[in-house]
Design a protein around this ligand. Structure first.
Ligand code: ADP
Ligand code: MG
Length: 467
């Protein structure tokens, strides 16, 4: 009977799917109108139920009539000691072919004993980089929520409400570092937990490979053994439907059995185009936390920490200079540090401001090493969101007048231009206008707290360049 069923199935699905999902099935018995088949794992059973129930219904009906039923027997590995995996047939849930898809989520995952033999916990490679730890992950406003959620998860994997934990943020902001820190922390506290770090790209490639080599089941079984699954850059799954389907199943299984899932993405889940809705909705079960660009203080702290761990001394003013100049992301900041250290050792020179400026010039094109009038005008105009031309124009609009006065103030403070020359560069104004502007700004600094704060913020940009 089963043989006949297989013939029909074979004609209805692709060869690959047939080999993967139907060849491993063993027919066990036929009692009356109940056909029992043995499948290698719980996962396998669910996959069949989800993907092939219609087909199975059809063939059972054809072979056994409307009263026909299909039952599954699932090979189980009992107990946690891996010394001798036993094969037992659990009393199968009666699965009438007509009523599908009602597996109970509380039933624990049952794994294929042949698989578990191959994967010994002691040889399990977590794929973690041990240098990514919480200790060297600098905390700042930019990462506070993500970091503390990550820390909570690391201490109580699978039992906090942060499951899954989804960390998102732009490139080089510390996603990989943070999630690997979680993995390392868990591993050091619970050496026999299966922690697995995998990039989504690798996940996809492994899955494709398993399709090619007819080992999808091994692939699935492997992931179902994991206690803590860390999957990096899930945006990479977008558009890859088959892989998403597989991930969805793995996700559900792990989640149901209280296993922790940690994910990263380069954008918030709502912007993950090409990801299935049902998958996205799973992501929302837990906590989503973002990483922002580090602020100045955090950048300072990161540089200090790196230098300290490398045993290299850098003068404070250089650290400050770097932290001001490189405000994009941490990876870039590290790149600058590495290049700085390289140049210092190549040229046998101490790291000082001069060397830092030179090093930075190589890397970042638009770094200006000296505060000149142009730079002041450009920076102030940008800050007040007025056009550069308007600073030199006749207009007397209030916000432009303010910006113009501030720019003149800084020109007086940070350049060696005479009052006359400054006036000249601001649309041919005379020196008394410059004096008046400088005075107005000084007064405002004394009386207006908000204004003072703006000036200080601008000052930071100039001070560093002016040293
Ligand atoms: P992403 O995965 O978001 O692209 P990474 O985790 O690879 O970023 O981080 C880039 C580099 O910056 C890594 O070397 C990492 O150690 C470092 N880094 C990022 N954030 C921090 C931080 N808060 N403290 C210390 N180092 C950090
Ligand atoms: Mg990364």
């Amino acid at each position: 009977v089963w043989h006949n069923c297989l013939q029909v199935i074979k004609d209805n699905i692709g060869e690959q799917s047939y080999k993967t999902w139907f060849e491993p099935i063993t027919p066990l018995s036929l009692a009356g109108n109940v056909l029992t088949i043995q499948v290698p794992s719980q996962f396998f059973y669910e996959w069949l139920e989800e993907h092939y129930v219609g087909l199975l219904k059809k063939v059972v009906f054809q072979e056994l009539g409307s009263e026909g039923r299909l039952e599954y027997s699932i090979i189980v590995d009992q107990g946690n000691d891996h010394s001798k995996p036993q094969t037992v047939n659990i009393p199968t849930k009666k699965v009438p072919a007509a009523v599908a898809n009602s597996y109970s989520p509380e039933r624990s995952f049952l794994k294929n004993p042949f698989e578990s033999k191959a994967i010994d916990r002691h040889f399990f490679n977590s794929q973690l980089n041990q240098s990514y730890t919480f200790e060297n992950y600098i905390e700042g406003d930019c990462n506070r929520l993500a970091r503390s959620a990550g820390y909570a998860v690391a201490n109580k994997p699978g039992t906090t409400s942060f499951n899954p934990l989804m960390v998102y943020g732009g490139v080089g902001l510390g996603k990989t570092h943070l999630v690997q820190a979680i993995g390392n922390h868990i591993k050091s506290n619970n050496p026999d937990k299966f922690v697995l770090y995998v990039s989504s790209e690798k996940f996809v490639n492994q899955f494709i490979e398993s399709l090619k080599t007819n080992s999808v089941q091994d692939f699935a079984n492997f992931y179902l053994l994991v206690d803590i699954l860390i999957i990096d850059d899930v945006q990479f799954l977008s558009g890859k439907e088959k892989t998403q389907e597989m991930f969805f199943h793995i996700f559900n299984h792990l989640h149901q059995s209280g296993k922790q899932i940690v994910m990263t993405s380069d954008c918030p889940p709502r912007d993950l185009k090409g990801l299935e809705e049902r998958l996205l909705s799973r992501f929302k079960w837990g906590l989503t936390a973002d990483l922002q660009s580090p602020d100045f203080e955090t950048r300072m702290a990161i540089i200090q920490k790196k230098m300290q761990s490398d045993g290299i001394h850098i003068p404070d003013n250089v650290i400050e200079y770097l932290a001001y100049s490189v405000d994009t992301n941490v990876r870039e900041l590290e790149g600058v540090l590495i290049s700085l250290i390289a140049q210092s050792s190549l040229n046998r020179k101490e790291i000082d401001l001069e060397l830092a400026k030179a090093a930075l010039k190589h890397i970042i094109e638009d770094v200006e090493t000296e505060v000149n009038l142009d730079f002041i005008q450009k920076t102030v105009a940008e800050y007040f969101q007025v056009s550069l031309d308007s600073l030199k124009a006749k207009t007397r609009k209030k916000e432009i007048v303010t910006a113009r006065q501030v720019a003149m103030y800084f020109a007086k403070e940070y350049t060696s231009h005479s009052l006359k020359s400054i006036g000249y560069h601001f649309g041919g104004r005379d020196h008394s206008t410059v004096i008046h502007s400088v005075q107005t700004v000084s007064d405002l600094i004394d009386t207006d707290k908000k204004f003072k704060a703006s000036i200080q913020e601008l000052q930071k940009k100039f001070k560093v360049k002016a040293v």
